[in-house]
Design a binder for this molecule. Sequence first.
Ligand SMILES: C[S@@+](CC[C@H](N)C(=O)[O-])C[C@H]1O[C@@H](n2cnc3c(N)ncnc32)[C@H](O)[C@@H]1O
Length: 236
Amino acid sequence: MNAPGFESSILGSKEHWDWVYARELASFREIGDEGEVWFGEDSVDKMVRWAAEHVPSSDGPMILEIGSGNGALLFSLVEQDYSPERLCGIDYSSDAVELAKNIAQQRGAQDVAFHTCDFLIQDPPPILQEQESSGCIDSWDLLLDKGTYDAIALGDKDELGRLPVFQYPSRAGRLIKPGGFLLITSCNFTEEELRNNLTTPESGLMYHSSIKYPSFTFGGQSGAKYSSVAFQKANK
Ligand SMILES: C[S@@+](CC[C@H](N)C(=O)[O-])C[C@H]1O[C@@H](n2cnc3c(N)ncnc32)[C@H](O)[C@@H]1O
């Protein structure tokens, strides 16, 4: 995988995110603060606009956010008429899940499902009867990721010296319906790196499109602060 110079960091550890969300949950309970919107509102708006164009709410899509944090992205989809009972957020930090559930309650979006789940080792539980009865794992029309791939890429190597992020493409690919999408926003990887890393034979994903962000120039190099890239799984 193309991540030169990426070493493990505290930001890639569950302890770190448990600490972050224990604080955010306490703050929500104390003063009603919903917590940090990673990469700001602009990235949320852009991801929701991409979804509206390619996976419209009128099709009743099943959408899963990987590492949903406080749930802000999913709540924005609800505001754009996506059916809350077809949306699910998973996060390995149980306090993040608790925070998202509390916010959902307050916003009247309690039909959005939130589950504690480690994306790299567990499958998200079915949220609808139809998913349960079909028994299909690849039942999601759209997977969303905002900052989670970045966090996973900073995780510790295993005993064989492999970074946990190596598992990401196949874990994502197995959950997506044939013809479905992954939309990922990253601040640590360029569009080219995301394309190289995610379009593997194991993921079954192909590049679909990308979201444009304003670019900046620094030291003669130009680039954008974030990259949002969409991938599509081949139809059977
Ligand atoms: C940078 S935060 C982004 C949170 C949220 N997506 C947002 O945009 O506000 C990364 C999130 O990924 C979660 N996370 C990291 N590794 C995970 C894993 N293996 N399984 C599930 N969640 C994970 C963290 O707990 C954290 O909520």
